[in-house]
Design a protein around this ligand. Sequence first.
Ligand SMILES: [Fe+2]
Ligand SMILES: [Fe+2]
Length: 413
Amino acid sequence: MSIRKRIGIFGGTFDPIHQAHLTLGEIAYRQFGLDEIWFMPSKQPPHKLDKPVSPVEHRFAMVRLATADTPYFRCSGFELGLPGKSYTANTLTTLNQLYPDAQFYFIMGGDSLFALEEWYQPEIIMKQAVILAAVRENHDTFKMQEQIEYLSDKYEADIRLLYAPLMDVSSSDIRRLLRQGKDISEMLCEPVERYIRDQGLYTDKYMGTMAEVKISSLPETTVSEIASGLKATLKPHRYEHTLNVAVMARQLAVASGIDPEKAYLAGLLHDSAKSYTDEELLALCRLRNIEITEAELRAPYLLHAKYGAWMAEYVYGIDDPEICDAIRCHTTGAPGMNTLEKVIFVADYLEPGRNQAPHLHILRKLAEKDLDMTVHRILQDTLEYLQEKNAQIDPKTQETYRWISESIAEKGE
Ligand SMILES: [Fe+2]
Ligand SMILES: [Fe+2]
């Protein structure tokens, strides 16, 4: 008999994640012999639409920091990439479809047992996961047992009590104390506390200016779901280009000895932000605090690379920084670029649908043998073309060209 992986799902706003969250995750892990606990920051949660919640990138970054040192804790962007609003029923259904060999344990506050029937599709929630209801010493466990019996009978649910210690910590208390300048070091793990201070979160100014961030409603997680999300948002010729780049990137990755599937994924997502207009790209980058250079201000379409990297992480749930970096520098290249970055840069220029640039035939042959020389020739051709047309040149393209020239010269010595 195969042993199913036992995964605890701990969803929440995590604004910010604090010690009581981490302790509860730890207790669930031990009490039920789970294999992993996935902390899953939600999008703007449905029941908090009237209250401002910090931008998802901050909440996600804090959960990532808080879970980094515990091998069985995982920070999961799963829910961020699901279409529509955050509904537990949808999340659990999709998780079960994607991980048929796993048994999911959904962690919730004990009080929520009494409101569970008001949630969206409660019968689905109770069918898709074992419910772990956190009880504290001050809870009326007799009443809770009665409610568990009632729900178990009605929905054939498997509900168990998770015995949590009484910890007087809540995210709203922490936000209030931070605004008052009080010491909250006992309530947060050190990297999260440092992040909050470095980013200036929860100050009066921050709370006043906090923008309500909406995440695009796109599917995620499996490659086919990413592809269907892209197909839905990109123009047909752009989508075709995307698939071509992904396939060519995979081939070049094999020839260069790096992970072909990673290259495929980066190729697939490299132009994901191409569906936005220049104005939208400028506005979105400002909203997410993504730096905009002089060259990008003059030619905002360049921002599709940086914003595409953001989308890969927060919309499509890609937690591999190398994939995001390759997307980020795919238009200009970057001095010091690594093999994956070169592969995406080259595949974008040479994919079989391209037919305008000079030397394509020669370059396609060269790419399989010498990636550096190919990057060099592409940059050279690009700069010549732009100079001839008297068009704007991003200084980053020139810097990358100088760097690759030097690095080839060094290798030749
Ligand atoms: Fe592009
Ligand atoms: Fe492209």
